[in-house]
Design a protein around this ligand. Structure first.
Ligand code: ADP
Length: 399
């Protein structure tokens, strides 16, 4: 059996998530997280053979050192000989990337050019690519973009009603994110439900710390709730999602907010956290709401109402609905949120099955409604597997 292991890297500004995936069996052989990089107490946590371990790093150690330690670890665990590629999650591919790409100097230049659209993410992704290229110079490196799946959207769906030159000259348009997850769960749902991919109407709700909904017609993304940045759309853990853009002016003119303060307000202090004044964590919100915390209950209600409204809106581009998919930490585990959202959508013919809803948690998939057409279904996402699979396919093409 030819070797088929792929190292998957997901590099953030102060973190590095990694995994080694066997793309034939789908097994995750190693997984871990280097965190607080560049800070006083960075560390690497990893899991191998069910065993959890910790590697302490020195103060201020950053991505380069974390990757050097990861290389040592991979060798020490004898996982290096079967590696065929490194797959990198890249947040923003702009309009340039409609699919995953073998990393070449041209690809690096294109990712760099797109950095203005994702100033927090793309530079961090590039750091990971650079460090991995020097550490694994013998392996093909592949970039997998969060935005690529949504490049099938039409101008009707992706353009803002702003002066057209802002789009033409500066690329201001909707791009969408979580594409790897939406692509994975929609393909899985189509298989599980035995739908005809070329004649299917699916909506996927990826609900984690960030949340987005995508309308997928005949296997292709036709609309999605996130926009030029991952701030647009749904209520999220700490992000506001859609608000009246006029609020920006009110905050600056009347309340003396700076642009930077508004950015922090909308990205870090809003959403479930902002409404509840308690937590951004859905579990805490649910538990507190059940204990009578009124703002937690309100946060939950607003989250579900806005989500249901967005799902209903996406029936327009689809012209109907075969399946509504729930995924991500909240979508895969919160029977409470799923039941509330499905109740809002009863006019579409959806009705929750309480037993099935409770059964589909903690990694279990399955239909959670009484009906199968249309239905709501839980499908655990697996972005690492998607990245590994794309990387393995592109690496094979190079041979
Ligand atoms: P990320 O977007 O960072 O990958 P996740 O997909 O892991 O995040 O989702 C994190 C969210 O999932 C948190 O709000 C967490 O509270 C929520 N979550 C995890 N388990 C449960 C659960 N059992 N019930 C409700 N929410 C849950």
């Amino acid at each position: 059996m030819p070797s088929s292991h792929v190292l998957v890297l997901n590099c953030g500004s102060s973190s590095l998530k990694f995994a080694i995936i066997d793309t034939v069996s789908g097994d995750e052989l190693l997984s871990g997280l280097a965190e607080r990089l560049g800070e006083l107490d960075p560390q690497i946590k990893y899991k191998f053979n069910g065993d959890k371990q910790l590697i302490a790093l020195s103060p201020n150690d950053a991505h380069q050192t974390a990757i050097a330690k990861l290389v040592e670890l991979v060798k020490q665990l004898q996982l290096d000989s079967n590696l065929i590629a490194v797959g990198h999650r890249v947040v923003h591919g702009g309009e340039h990337f409609t699919k995953s790409a073998l990393i070449t100097p041209d690809v690096i230049e294109a990712i760099t050019k797109t950095s203005s659209l994702a100033p927090l993410h793309n530079p961090a992704n590039l750091l990971g690519i650079e460090a991995a290229q020097s550490a694994f110079s013998h392996l093909p490196q592949i970039a997998v973009f969060d935005t690529a799946f949504h490049q099938s959207m039409s101008p009707e769906a992706f353009l803002y009603a702003l002066p057209y030159t802002l789009y033409k000259q500066h690329g201001i348009r909707r791009y969408g994110f979580h594409g790897t997850s939406h692509a994975f769960v929609s393909a899985e749902a189509i298989k599980i439900l035995d739908l005809n991919e070329t004649n299917s109407k699916v909506i996927s709700a990826h609900l984690g710390n960030g949340c987005s909904v995508t309308a997928i017609k005949n296997g292709k993304s036709v609309d999605t709730s996130m926009g030029m940045t991952p701030l647009e759309g749904l209520v999220m853990g700490t992000r506001s999602g859609d608000i009246d853009p006029g609020i920006f002016n009110y905050l600056t003119e009347q309340l003396n907010y700076s642009a930077k303060q508004i950015d922090t307000l909308l990205n870090k202090e809003s959403g479930l956290l902002g409404i509840s004044e308690l937590s951004n964590d859905c579990r805490t919100i649910e538990e507190s709401a059940a204990d009578g915390h009124q703002q937690a209950a309100l946060a939950l209600d607003i989250f579900c109402y806005r989500l249901a409204k967005q799902i209903a809106a996406f029936v327009v581009p689809l012209g109907g609905l075969d399946a509504l998919i729930f995924t991500g930490g909240i979508g895969e585990n919160s029977d409470v949120i799923r039941a509330k959202v499905v109740a809002h959508l009863s006019f579409l013919g959806l009705e929750i099955d309480n037993d099935k809803n409770l059964a589909a948690r903690f990694g279990s998939e399955g239909v959670i409604t009484k009906q199968t057409a249309p239905c709501a279904i839980v499908v655990p996402t697996n972005e690492e597997w998607m990245i590994a699979n794309d990387a393995a396919n592109i690496a094979q093409e190079q041979k």
